[in-house]
Design a protein around this ligand. Structure first.
Ligand code: SF4
Length: 427
């Protein structure tokens, strides 16, 4: 989501006649688009800001702007007070004000009217062959560890018409893969459902309907989305996993494998429900790769509860997991209700155990790709080697040419490691 927002920020700056420079000493404007998901992410922002303060002391005069989740969640202005030297500080949805605010500091900059909806700003897509498309911002779930509902507000769904126009515009310019973004992407509710086709086979879930609409757009070859909530992985969304252009990968966050911890996290489902969803998904789409998010060391988590997370990992046979050691986020339910009482060393130990398990499982799973042909959307080329992601979101490398960038190439896997599959191209 932040990457996509940064692409919008780039558009605004470009439209104001500003150009990217590769050295902050030369910059007139420096923008830090912040993430608040973990304390370590916020600590990096304080560090960056100290560097910019030093720059100002030696004569460089960049206008320093901080936006994103840190500004969004700072209702009591405690963070703002700690960011001395920052000139502008505003949440993402106020991005439309950026030209006006910059002009107040530097009147030489041009005026720009961006309306009131920041999602209407066309992102300066980093790649021509793949793009993020935001369909929803904010969240109503209030998981107790999570700062998102405070940083980004409650759930807001983008107009279906706007989404379909953005995706078809991308298809016309050669985009092959889109990633639909939302905090609970599978809870998308179209504010303007009249734009769904009458032939749409799905009746209940607007997100499944949206997937069907995009699936029939000429030009788009692969559809990816993140992040769904297990609660809304209903039968229609699971059915839509089998649509032609849906990639063969699903990222479904679970956070813990223990029922008491799930309850304290306010995840609103239990372990058995999650396992049942995974079984249904695998039945609908055999061979799908599944990733998840896990938090270790959540308030009060004991050895037995952590062991449940380990056993859930094995049961679901995940391909990848983004593992985090719990850190308190001020203002959240967990910060108010529970003590962060799992010692750092234990969190670290549990994290390493999960990482090792993940690498062990994914290595074994990846061996099954040897001898198989996969379709690779080529992102990069260097020294005779192309790399990109397969339909299972596995990074694949194979000998190729620069011309292959931004195309889908078949490749036969000959060797598999944890995080890279090595292949031969198929002529
Ligand atoms: S559903 Fe996701 S974004 Fe929403 S509160 Fe929970 S973890 Fe945060």
């Amino acid at each position: 989501m932040n990457k996509s927002d940064s692409e919008r920020i780039e558009t605004v700056l470009q439209n104001m006649g500003l150009e990217a420079v590769n050295n902050s000493e030369k910059a007139d404007v420096v923008i830090i688009n912040t993430c608040s998901v973990r304390q370590s992410a916020e600590d990096r922002v304080f560090g960056l800001n100290r560097n910019f303060l030093k720059l100002k002391k030696v004569g460089a005069k960049p206008i320093v702007v901080v936006t994103g989740c840190m500004a969004g969640r700072d209702k009591d202005e405690k963070i703002r007070k700690k960011l001395q030297g920052v000139d502008l500080f505003f949440p993402t949805e106020e991005l439309v004000k950026l030209p006006y605010l910059l002009r107040e500091i530097n009147p030489d900059l041009p005026a720009l009217d961006l309306g009131s909806d920041y999602l209407r700003i066309r992102p300066n897509y980093k790649d021509s062959h793949k793009a993020f498309v935001t369909i929803q911002t904010g969240c109503n779930q209030f998981c107790t560890y999570c700062v998102v509902p405070f940083a980004r507000g409650t759930e807001g769904n983008r107009s279906l018409k706007q989404i379909l126009e953005e995706v078809s515009g991308l298809a016309e310019t050669g985009c092959l893969e889109i990633t639909l973004l939302g905090q609970i992407v599978n809870h998308y509710k179209a504010p303007d459902p009249e734009y769904f086709s009458k032939k749409n086979p799905y009746k209940k879930n607007d997100f499944a309907k949206l997937l069907w609409e995009i699936n029939k757009m000429t030009g788009i070859e692969r559809i990816h989305w993140t992040a769904p909530h297990p609660l809304y992985m209903d039968d229609e969304v699971i059915d839509a996993l089998a649509l032609d252009k849906q990639i063969n990968y699903l990222h479904l966050p679970v956070q813990s494998g223990n029922d008491e911890i799930l309850k304290k996290m306010n995840r609103k489902h239990d372990r058995d429900y999650f396992i049942d969803r995974i079984k249904k998904i695998k039945l609908k789409k055999p061979g799908i790769s599944i990733g998840t998010d896990l938090i270790v060391g959540f308030c009060g988590e004991n050895d037995k509860q952590f062991a449940d997370t380990v056993s859930l990992y094995k049961t679901c046979n995940f391909d990848i997991s983004y593992n985090a050691q719990y850190s308190v986020r001020s203002g959240t339910g967990a910060a108010k209700l529970f003590r962060d009482d799992v010692p750092k060393e234990i969190k670290k130990k549990r994290w390493h155990k999960l990482q090792a398990l993940m690498e062990d499982i994914v290595y074994k799973k990846n061996q099954k790709f040897i001898g198989k042909t996969v379709q690779v959307l080529v992102d990069n080329y260097k020294n005779g080697v192309c790399s990109g992601y397969s339909e299972n979101m596995k990074l694949v490398q194979f000998p190729g040419t620069e011309k292959m960038i931004a195309s889908i190439q078949p490749a036969k896997i000959k060797k598999a490691k944890e995080w890279v599959l090595y292949a031969d191209p198929i002529k």
